[in-house]
Design a binder for this molecule. Structure first.
Ligand code: GDP
Length: 437
């Protein structure tokens, strides 16, 4: 996963630029708690090169009198996490003290920085641009985030600066890759330690691993797997982790690089917005999910009632995706950590499960026969045949049908639920596609 971060003081147009680059100009749909935050994270595909982009300023209160310390954290985070940094300044306003300050931090970092002079909507503002050379970050790219001019050249430049994909992920393909994610203090480091136990060699290995090689292979409890380990977990850095969005940004790389995410929830705190934000990152990346309710040793009421209540709350907050395992355990006492690993391996297998076509059709014919797709404007919708795509990263069902565009979401959900009833796809998202025969 290659990551581009947008930094800059408030009101220079960071989120407009973000929208422009990701083309997510539709209104933010807030049908699910926490999804509003997704406007800060998106994927870009430019001439076949893919990267993720994050607006690190997007979570900061957008007030004019933003504190220097706040900007420092934002920039520090970008330096630690991103491959390329877009530093946005405002061509209408010229250079401010805060711009100078940010430029100084960025100059000291070793990261590729692209200076973006925004709001050049017309030639009126082009005359301000030379002023930006004094920031010492090279040629400014003039763009207008609101009308899109210059953004193509900017994307070309971003792609040029991105590190080459070394194909590491492909080489590791057949062994499960797990990411441990969750908010600060949920117990991520603790569970990693619990997994690796006394194995000092591996611990040293992790500490010595270069930043780019984020996979460490383990052979524990009879399982062979990689743990995805990014700087965010390995070392506690300068960035103040109390601020919730930082840990969300920190999760991006781990999530993207994994097959299955083990989402750590702190049992003593319950589900909060931050957990939901990390969950939605996992969903958007279509990764497998195991929820580990950690610190269960500290919970007084361990009755079935309490467990059921906990499970219900989690599934409600993560709806509509509810078919995932939840394990109650303790990284500290190591209670059920084997179960967590075993479950993650199962989810990995579910993610790669292929149902033989004949078996699939026999069952789906029954399912469709029992409740056919509702007719639309007097036309009958007929699903003839279903097959699974073999080369897909998650289970993908393709239904061949006379009027694919008329098969609506509720019916697709019905098909998905029936598939999940019959076969074990626990913890993995699935795709349901309709195609014309
Ligand atoms: P991280 O920030 O997610 O890596 O969290 P840490 O692994 O550093 O844990 C944060 C704190 O919670 C530490 O003081 C741990 O000792 C404690 N902790 C982690 N897991 C458990 C657990 O299962 N039970 C209890 N009682 N404490 C835990």
């Amino acid at each position: 996963g290659r990551l581009v971060a947008i930094v800059g003081r408030p009101n220079v147009g960071k989120s407009t630029l973000f929208n422009r680059l990701t083309q997510t100009r539709t209104a933010i749909v807030d049908d699910m708690a926490g999804t509003t935050r997704d406007r800060q994270y998106g994927k870009v595909d430019w001439i076949g090169k893919e990267f993720s982009i994050v607006d690190t300023g997007g979570w900061v209160v957008n007030s004019e009198d933003i504190f220097e310390s706040e900007i420092n954290k934002q920039v520090q985070l970008a330096i630690e996490e991103a491959d390329v940094i877009l530093f946005v300044v405002d061509a209408m306003n010229g250079v401010t003290d805060l711009d100078d300050h940010v430029a100084e931090i960025l100059r000291r970092s070793k990261k590729p920085v692209i200076l973006v002079a925004n709001k050049v909507d017309s030639n009126d503002w082009i005359y301000n641009v030379p002023e930006f050379y004094k920031l010492g970050l090279g040629d400014p790219f003039t763009v207008s985030a609101s009308n899109g001019s210059g953004t193509g050249d900017l994307l070309d430049e971003i792609v040029k600066d991105l590190p080459e994909d070394d194909g590491e992920e492909e080489r590791l393909e057949s062994i499960p890759k797990f990411a441990i994610v969750g908010r600060p203090n949920a117990g991520k480091s603790s569970i990693i330690n619990a997994f690796i136990g006394e194995d000092r060699n591996i611990v040293t290995d992790i500490a010595g691993t270069t930043r780019d090689s984020i996979y460490t292979r383990y052979n524990k409890f009879g399982f062979d797997f990689y743990l995805v380990d990014t700087a965010g977990i390995r070392k506690k850095t300068k960035v103040n982790e109390d601020i919730e969005y930082y840990s969300v940004i920190r999760s991006i790389r781990s999530i993207e690089a994994s097959d299955v995410c083990i989402l750590m929830i702190d049992a003593t705190r319950g589900i909060e917005a931050q957990d939901v934000n990390i969950f939605s990152l996992i969903q958007r990346n279509k990764k497998g999910l195991v929820v580990c309710v950690n610190k269960w040793d500290l919970v007084a009421d361990k009755s079935n009632e309490s467990i059921r209540h906990f499970e219900q709350t989690i599934r409600q907050r993560f709806a509509p995706f509810t078919d995932f395992p939840i394990i109650f355990g303790s990284a500290l006492t190591k209670q059920r950590i084997f179960k967590v690993l075993e479950t993650a391996v199962n989810v990995y297998h579910n993610r790669n499960r292929i149902i033989p076509t004949s078996q699939l059709n026999t069952y789906m014919q029954e399912v469709i026969g029992a409740y056919p797709p509702p007719a639309n404007k007097g036309k009958y919708i007929k699903i003839k045949y279903v097959t699974m795509l073999k080369e897909s990263i998650i289970p993908t069902f393709v239904f061949f049908c006379n009027l694919p565009q008329w098969v609506k979401e509720p019916y697709r959900r019905y098909l998905e639920n029936k598939i999940r009833e019959k076969w074990d796809f626990t913890g993995t998202p699935v795709n349901i596609f309709m195609r014309e025969k």
